[in-house]
Ligand binder design. Sequence first.
Ligand code: ADE
Length: 230
Amino acid sequence: MKIDIISVVPGLLEGPFSHSIMKRARDKGILEVNIYNLRDYTTYPRAQVDDYQFGGGAGMVMMPEPLARAIDELSATTKFDEIIFLTPDGIRFDQRIANKLSLRENLLMICGHYKGIDQRIRDKYVTMEISIGDYVLSGGELAAAVITDAVGRLLPGVLNDETSALFDSFQDNLLAPPVYTRPAEFQGMAVPEILLSGDPKKIDEWRYEQALQITRLKRPDLLNDDLESA
Ligand code: ADE
């Protein structure tokens, strides 16, 4: 899978993909992430990419030409399955969307800044608008990093244990059950007996029950979602 990201602050995106699982995915050639600096696509003096908004009002708007030039140039060599604009007024990102995106081959993400991007870019090029939550970030970069991480870890071969992503929280609309490691007793607290029983069926049942209980307690809305989509 290839994810291209257009940003005015490319430095913000250097860290998240250079460590741990994302780094492994890139090193193995399973995930390619390319970051493009929008300022390389402007013809305005001083690498300008934003301007005042028509009609007045506080905040600058990202101009259409540099974005169009960047998107056109990248699209000349890649057929993008989705052109995604990260914005607080997009659809709310969740595991279901991560799963869907993980089946695509080429994604282009556009990180907004300031007041956003000129509406004509959204109208002409953008195929999906995604928010990572009901709060406003100072730019789309962190959202692009969140989505790339959530999608990248689902690609076959990225996680060591091929099946482990399937048991993540949210994959079946349930939160994950509690997990324990050594020592079996820590500060007087013992690991639940059943996990030491060596009985995989009983352990599975216990985990499922725990997941159900925790979801009921912390996120009952997920169980309702399940009923609604059934
Ligand atoms: N850009 C600014 N805020 C954002 C959010 N919550 N999600 C995605 N992109 C954003």
